[in-house]
Ligand binder design. Structure first.
Ligand SMILES: Nc1ncnc2c1ncn2[C@@H]1O[C@H](COP(=O)(O)OP(=O)(O)OP(=O)(O)O)[C@@H](O)[C@H]1O
Length: 205
């Protein structure tokens, strides 16, 4: 089974993936941030590196999904989906004039080919967080290249997330409001997430 966690930068996907994996005995597949050859350059100069970074993420996310679907005996939790790369990040870069039209069209045609070959996750957990919460969590983890992320960039991404979620029909969807659910510090909040996940999973069998 394939469980995926969606959410803006700093919404807590990696942390929740780890907590779910521990609780349910699932395997967590993370984005390898330290191995990403473009991310730091991208944050320095988005226009120059946007296409390179998006193609890198597309490839990495597609490879993850192929592996997940091959491991039929396991449940895997993935932090961030291929759909967010395209519908949230790449589209936003194009809209901001940080990716050219021909690069964006080229990217989208590759994305459409790839997604025609895969299935959406069996359960999608969306972590909804306001910009102040995102900023606080990004500052807490202190990745140097994320220090310059602008508020309007986070705000635009959040708007895209909300639009995407309103139309999402791909699979079972569970939304967690991160602003009022501190699943890191509050065991009751975490256990309430587990209850909701249980209820969703129940419907899948
Ligand atoms: N398609 C993409 N386009 C641009 N930046 C991306 C894309 N996918 C991921 N990133 C960036 O890569 C970095 C690493 O992502 P990572 O999953 O570690 O953290 P995150 O998105 O901040 O998640 P969380 O804090 O919820 O675990 C972040 O700065 C994120 O915004």
């Amino acid at each position: 089974m394939h469980i995926a966690i969606a959410g803006n930068i700093g919404s807590g996907k990696t942390t929740l993936s780890g907590l779910l994996a521990k609780h349910y005995g699932w395997e967590a597949h993370y984005e390898e941030v330290d191995e990403n050859p473009y991310l730091a350059d991208f944050y320095e100069d988005m226009k120059r590196w946007s296409f390179n970074l998006q193609v890198y993420f597309l490839n990495s996310r597609f490879s993850q999904i192929v592996k997940i679907r091959q491991q039929t005996d396991k449940t895997v939790v993935q932090d961030r989906t291929i759909y967010e790369d395209a519908y949230i990040f790449a589209t936003n870069l194009y809209d901001m004039g940080l990716m050219s039209e021909r690069d964006f069209n080229n990217y989208l045609s590759l994305f459409e080919l790839m997604t025609s070959l895969i299935q959406p996750p069996d359960l999608l957990i969306y972590l909804r967080a306001s910009v102040p919460t995102l900023v606080r969590q990004i500052e807490l983890r202190g990745r140097p290249y994320e220090a310059g992320i602008r508020l309007d960039y986070l705000k635009r991404l959040n708007e895209r997330y909300e639009g995407w979620m309103m139309k999402y029909t791909g699979s079972n969807l569970l939304t967690v409001n991160v602003d009022d659910t501190d699943f890191i510090k509050d065991p009751m909040a975490l256990s309430s997430i587990f209850d909701k996940v249980d209820a969703k999973l129940h419907g899948l069998f």
